[in-house]
Ligand binder design. Structure first.
Ligand SMILES: *[C@@H]1O[C@H](CO)[C@@H](O)[C@H](O)[C@H]1NC(C)=O
Ligand SMILES: *[C@@H]1O[C@H](CO)[C@@H](O)[C@H](O)[C@H]1NC(C)=O
Ligand SMILES: *[C@@H]1O[C@H](CO)[C@@H](O)[C@H](O)[C@H]1NC(C)=O
Length: 213
């Protein structure tokens, strides 16, 4: 994402980029496709890592202190197998054998740059989910996305929301953050890349849009 624009055009391009980013974001949020976001280039970026899709300034609805909009993309690697190294463990069983309702699982899942578990580690998703729907496979998810790489190493983003797993795209609110992401708001769009229920393995693409200062 690094660029070589002359300094004199950087401000203009920054504004342009932010407008494009905001427009694209609104399109993405109503569309199952997330590939448009990958086309965003951001002249503000100088040394971003390969999971940072864009990061630029937004003047905000009140024209107050400048907000940054950062779009991160990474892959959530969930191993709920019976392996001793599983990163997702059931701590409360469902209330009946006929649905998952009532289950609670703790997770400490790797977040990686690419869909392969072997790709570079970006951070970890630490938290739990509860099976909160009697009818659907609907989870209440509460987790901290702890970043461990590059300029965001040590910062975290907190996600709390509903995840109806069979849907093509799920939207979960970003309710806060720490470090670089202090005061964060935003949302995460989740799309399943790979799911093998028998093996207990799931890989989910996360596109996280974060407004912060
Ligand atoms: C668990 O992780 C350890 C250390 O990385 C590895 O040696 C072992 O083979 C793994 N076990 C399984 C069942 O994956
Ligand atoms: C679930 O099934 C197991 C074995 O089939 C049985 O022992 C258990 O009592 C059942 N649990 C409930 C809550 O019905
Ligand atoms: C992240 O920060 C920790 C603590 O400062 C450091 O030990 C670690 O090497 C850093 N990781 C990367 C990938 O820079």
């Amino acid at each position: 994402m690094a660029n070589s624009y002359p300094i004199s055009t950087t401000l203009f391009l920054s504004i342009l980029s932010t407008s494009v980013a905001l427009m694209t974001t609104s399109i993405i949020s109503s569309s199952p496709l997330t590939t448009k976001a990958a086309a965003i280039t951001n002249p503000v970026s100088h040394h971003h890592d390969d999971y940072v899709i864009s990061s630029g300034e937004d003047h905000g609805p009140s024209g107050g202190k400048r907000q940054q909009l950062t779009h991160l993309r990474f892959y959530w690697q969930n191993d709920a197998s019976s392996s001793p190294n599983a990163t997702d463990v059931v701590v409360v069983q469902p209330v009946s054998n006929s649905s998952a309702f009532g289950c609670i699982s703790m997770m400490d899942d790797p977040l990686t740059v690419g869909p392969s578990l072997g790709s570079a580690l970006v951070g970890r998703a630490q938290g739990f989910y509860a099976c909160a729907s009697r009818e659907a496979f609907g989870l209440l998810m509460a987790m901290n996305l702890v970043l461990l790489r590059g300029e965001y190493n040590g910062s975290s983003v907190t996600v709390l929301g509903r995840n109806e797993v069979p849907l093509k795209v799920r939207e979960l609110p970003v309710v806060g953050g720490t470090g670089v992401f202090r005061m964060a708001t935003g949302y995460a769009l989740l799309t399943t890349s790979f799911f093998d229920p028998a093996a207990g393995i799931a890989v989910v693409e996360y596109n996280v849009y974060i407004w912060h200062y």
